[in-house]
Design a protein around this ligand. Sequence first.
Ligand SMILES: Nc1c(C(=O)O)ncn1[C@@H]1O[C@H](COP(=O)(O)O)[C@@H](O)[C@H]1O
Length: 163
Amino acid sequence: MAQVAIVMGSKSDWPTMQKAALMLKELGVSYEAKVVSAHRTPNLLVEFAESAADHGVQVIIAGAGGAAHLPGMIAAHTYLPVFGCPVKSSQLNGLDSLLSIVQMPKGVAVGTLAIGEAGAANAGLLAAQVIALQEPKVRDAIIAFRQKQSDTVMSNQNLELEE
Ligand SMILES: Nc1c(C(=O)O)ncn1[C@@H]1O[C@H](COP(=O)(O)O)[C@@H](O)[C@H]1O
């Protein structure tokens, strides 16, 4: 049973959304990934969102591009926390996705991440931080991840001119 569900509007979102999966894997959090679309599979969306908590899912990450209604519609059908990832669109570079996801009306919350792969990776990190509230092993993995990141920055202080 997966702790985190990663859903996306199309398989074409997977190159972006797999960054969330990679982060969860690195931090030892179980996940399942699937394609669910508010527009193209509206019945599947309702079925997925309404049953996610019963299946043991604790956090949902939802990524979509363009008219990105997926995260908001999922949030409307579950009380689980939903993190929305704006996927870069071909026409407007993801600004459309970002604005679709971030401007939720008061009363239904979606935590919106940055556009693209960095946002997806951070969605994985945030989801892991929620899981870590109850799982010391995940908390330790996050602390180790942060330490490794700091060490990398500290070992990159030799800034030389490239001529
Ligand atoms: N925004 C949504 C939703 C939705 O919000 O339900 N379903 C699909 N899509 C988006 O359409 C884009 C193009 O999809 P295709 O590549 O399949 O044509 C994808 O980024 C997807 O997230």
